[in-house]
Ligand binder design. Structure first.
Ligand SMILES: *Cc1c(COP(=O)(O)O)cnc(C)c1O
Length: 367
């Protein structure tokens, strides 16, 4: 029987172990694995997830913002932490907490040099733009970087990296191969000017699954795969979703034909029907795009469409065809449907859905 009595996000550590092992099985033994735990570990729970991954043997962590790295340090994570998108205003904190910045432009390099003027060989990671056109230096900036760095012993390049823009999309293979080729050219040029060898890395989860044979380099970065999504049915069967979102029925209503349900009369009953109100809404991360029949919740094994408009703190589902009671457990997503399948009903992706589950939803770790 269920023990869910309120909206709860369950986080399965056995699933995390399974996914970690599957990704590792795709790599050479010497390749380092960087676990991407940005955005609250993809909406789960960063401190416990990172500590667990550290014990499993993850070599490196990545977060997006500085404060996310500080959270991990406060939770006792000791492995190196790369901050993917730091800003100069955070550089003092980066150093105080022994975080390692991604340096993606001359502006950022100069600002970090200033912040690190008392440091010796402080580890930094140089980010290169190879086609995503989001963050990063370009090939023609290599000389300027090495000139600046050879004059300064404050910094040491721990790694050189880039990010793929379409690694999950095999119809864009040519574009991906071009990115990998550009990255190799950049690395070659940079390494020829250094007296030591930084690590190289370019693959994210789909990169690992599709391009490990040709672009594994020294390290790979996995986010979504660790949480159970391979962006492709071929891989999803080997991965287990780490998070499941569950809730309960707070009230059942018997509605007569032609009555309206919810704000702005979002749904008009065609016939007599039975609805259930669920304590989860757009403020919890289930946006209005899932309303009006797009997505469904599962009650006692039966699919029940969300009807009308999703409210801030609740939504209503059609339970006309299911035997259910107030207090019964409701599944939003988990193993079936997965977050990826749920997200697809509203034309979005697992990444957006799971990272949007708001902090007021109770987290429960499943050991
Ligand atoms: C978020 C992110 C990743 C992780 O990507 P997944 O597809 O979740 O594995 C890797 N590298 C960078 C630069 C990122 O921003």
């Amino acid at each position: 029987m269920t023990n869910i009595q309120e909206t709860t996000l369950e986080i399965s550590l056995p699933a995390l172990t399974n996914n970690y092992k599957f990704l590792r099985s795709k790599l050479q033994e010497t390749t380092k694995l960087m676990a991407v735990v940005k955005a609250y570990a993809y909406g789960s729970e960063p401190a416990q997830v990172a500590s667990f991954l550290e014990n499993l043997g993850v070599d490196y962590f990545a977060v997006a913002y500085t404060d996310e790295g500080i959270t991990l340090r406060k939770a006792g994570v000791t492995k190196p932490i790369l901050v993917l998108h730091p800003l100069p205003v955070h550089f003092k904190k980066i150093i105080d907490y022994k975080l390692e910045p991604s340096i993606y432009s001359s502006y950022v390099l100069n600002a970090f040099l200033k912040a690190a003027e008392k440091e010796h060989e402080y580890p930094v990671h140089l980010k290169f733009n190879t086609g995503l056109n989001r963050l990063g230096f370009t090939l023609d900036e290599v000389d300027a970087i090495t000139d600046t760095l050879s004059e300064n012993k404050e910094l040491k390049i721990a790694s050189i990296f880039s990010h793929l823009g379409a690694s999950e999309d095999l119809s864009e293979k040519e574009f991906t191969l071009k990115q990998i080729h550009t990255f190799k050219k950049i690395a070659e040029k940079l390494l020829s000017k250094l007296t030591y060898k930084p690590m190289l890395h370019i693959l994210n989860t789909s990169g690992i699954l599709n391009y490990a044979a040709i672009a594994e380099f020294d390290m790979v970065r996995s986010g979504i795969g660790l949480y159970g999504f391979g962006n492709d049915v071929r891989f999803n069967k080997h991965l287990t979703p780490v998070i499941s979102l569950k809730s309960v029925i707070s009230q059942i209503h018997h509605i007569s034909a032609n009555e309206s349900i919810g704000y702005n009369k979002g749904h008009i009953a065609k016939t007599n029907m039975k609805t259930a109100t669920i304590p989860i809404g757009h403020a919890d991360g289930i946006g209005r795009q899932y309303g009006k029949g797009k997505a469904f919740l599962t009650v006692n094994g039966v699919k029940c469409p969300i009807i009308g408009n999703v409210c801030m703190d609740m939504l209503m589902i059609d339970v006309s065809n299911v035997d259910c009671n107030e207090g019964d457990e409701v599944l939003v997503f988990g193993e079936h449907p997965t977050a990826s399948e749920f997200a697809a009903t509203a034309g979005t992706i697992s990444y957006e859905l799971i990272t949007a589950i708001s902090q007021r939803v109770k987290r429960k770790i499943i050991l």
